[in-house]
Write a protein that binds this ligand. Sequence first.
Ligand SMILES: [Zn+2]
Length: 85
Amino acid sequence: MSTIENTQPLACKELVELVTDYLEGSLPAAERARIDRHIAGCDGCSAYIEQMRVTLRALGSIPEETITPQAREALLHAFRDFRAG
Ligand SMILES: [Zn+2]
C-alpha cells in the first residue's frame, strides 16, 4: 500500500475491498473522499454501500468472513449487469 495520495478514480472492485474500512471510519480522509466521489456517480456502489451500512448497523460490526472472494465476484457481476441494463 502506497502512502502517496492516490487521486486516480476508484474502481468498483477497489470500493468493494475498502467498504468495511469506509463504514468503520478507519480509512484516511483521502481514501474516503475517493469513495464519496465514486458512489456519487455509481448507482451500483451507492446501493452496495447503503446495504452494507444497514448490515453493519444490524450486526454492530462486519465479520471478516462476510465478504468472501466469491461474494466480491458476485457483487462485481451484479454491478456489471446493473450498469449494462
Ligand atoms: Zn462503482
